[in-house]
Design a protein around this ligand. Structure first.
Ligand code: IDP
Ligand code: MG
Length: 152
């Protein structure tokens, strides 16, 4: 499995509920490496672009309104198989179906307030990182002194 980067965002509900540190710690403790992070308000056009695949669906307008309603924490996480691993740490889209132990399974109730976004594949990861981060805002593969205790 190769080293990947993935885009993760703590949505406005996570920031409003004071769950920023709780969410970040779950990715840190898993062994993933932080490669980018910023608090930001998402402009409407950026939200529509980010969620472009859902345009035309009944929840699209509400989703854009929600994601632009307050600050988010945009992040890039790096690691072996990071894309699928972050999706596992986050849990199923509907918190009602999300496994206990996942962020959505432990901390959320409603599909429209599911706390965290994570890219669903290599193409979307590259696309979404490009939407939210400039190249010079990403710190790739920095040396971490416990790397040898996390990957062989
Ligand atoms: P994902 O976030 O797990 O990748 P997607 O299917 O890509 O899930 O949907 C994007 C986001 O749109 C979800 O995280 C959720 O916030 C919202 N969403 C998806 N389906 C519904 C729905 O049926 N009602 C309300 N919101 C939804
Ligand atoms: Mg998705």
């Amino acid at each position: 499995m190769s080293i990947e980067k993935t885009f993760v965002a703590i949505k406005p509900d996570g920031v409003q509920r004071g769950l920023v540190s709780e969410v970040i710690s779950r990715f840190e403790r898993k062994g993933l490496k932080l490669a980018g992070m910023k608090l930001m308000k998402v402009p409407v056009e950026m939200a529509e672009n980010h969620y472009g695949e859902h345009k035309g669906k009944p929840f699209f307008e509400g989703l854009v309104k929600f994601i632009t309603s307050g600050p988010i924490v945009a992040m890039v996480w790096e690691g072996k198989g990071a894309i699928a691993t972050c999706r596992q740490v986050i849990g199923a889209t509907n918190p009602a179906n999300a496994a206990t132990g996942s962020i959505r399974g432990d901390l959320a109730l409603d599909i429209g307030r599911n706390l965290v976004h994570g890219s669903d594949g290599p193409e979307s990861a590259a696309r979404e990182i490009g939407i939210f981060f400039k190249e010079n805002e990403i710190v790739s593969s920095w040396d971490r002194n416990n790397d040898c205790w996390i990957t062989e």
